[in-house]
Design a protein around this ligand. Sequence first.
Ligand code: PLP
Length: 428
Amino acid sequence: MGNKKLMNEDLKYIFHPCTQMKDHEKIPLIPIKKGRGAYIYDFDGNRYLDCISSWWVNLFGHSNPYINSKIKEQVEELEHVIFAGFTHKPAIDLARRLVKLTPESLNKVFFADNGSSAIEIALKMSFQYFKNRGESRPLFVSLQNSYHGETMGALAVSDTGLYKDVYSDILLKTIQAKSPSLVDEDEAISDMRDVLNRHKDKIASVVIEPLVQCAGSMKMYNPSYITKLRSLCDEMGVFLIADEIAVGFGRTGSMFACEQAGISPDFLCLSKGITGGYMPFSVVLFTDDIYDAFYCDYSEGKSFLDSHSYTGNTLACAVANAVLDIFEKDSVIEKNREKIELIKELTKPLENLPNVKEVRQRGMICAIELQGYDAKQRVGLTFFQEALKEGIYIRPLGNIIYFMPPFIITDDEIKKMVGVVEKLLRVV
Ligand SMILES: *Cc1c(COP(=O)(O)O)cnc(C)c1O
């Protein structure tokens, strides 16, 4: 069966994520047959370089032989088991390793099965922490232009109107402070201080995406903001939640983005790269102090009873352990430094083109912001379609073209990726 036939079968039944289905009257849906390394292959024999890591999840290539072998090993032993009342070795190993790798005050781990759920857990726990002490703090603060996921709580702390506005009548009440990605850092901190001062006794936590607001047009800011925010949250007695769902696992150049600010958040949410793009999975790490607030006799009613059917999935834990193995044995963070430099060298000069407003980069995330196009033109879509013809898969966010490739991408593939976009920038 070729692409066309499969596409038509699909469109008979399936409603795709983040998609206006009517677009597929004009834009082909691409059935993918297999993935190898940085490439995905369709049913007509075309291959595409996956420059966005299949929505920012893939780290070490598609169908990675080492990860595959670890899944096979695990599936022969145990695929999944209920995680209440039972445990398993992959989960224990993973928890120990994550506690060791992440900033020092994070000593406890709670598992979930996607990024949004991890955010829900951090919000619920931060709220209940105060509730357990007899305080009601129903407010959460996030940054303007933020994105934390699509479930109701995660959407409520997000500020991406495209996904959120239609649901505004039914969302939790939250406050968005000025973002250091949009205004001067001191102005952002001072606005955060005002917000916290005004509602101090009602706020449970502040949630941020450290260094890069990915879904928010890949807007970036400096680690110094996070350092200042950490002190401010301490001063005000509210929790700091770091949403490293997109930026964790090496994306910003360090294993975790918070490292660059030299701080420990109270909660750290991880997903996406944690399984190298293989399985839906997430974890929330938090402090002993938070853990202790829920530790009591069952009859006291202070338990944290959140659960998901697939919490602590055994295969996902085994895959996450395999991903950590690769980070260790291949010195991934060090090796990425050269790739980061190469991407910088190749993309920075693009700023001189008249239709490029800015090129910004943080580690393995590089964004090219376009200018001079009408929003109705959907220029991103044109770039997507034209790049695809050249075997390059990109998925621009509006007028932001960005690269977030798997870490196994080679220098030649980086050159091809940037080269195709550069060529298009001169003609589109
Ligand atoms: C993707 C993402 C989420 C949501 O994760 P899902 O697995 O898609 O639910 C939350 N926060 C950030 C920063 C993300 O990029």
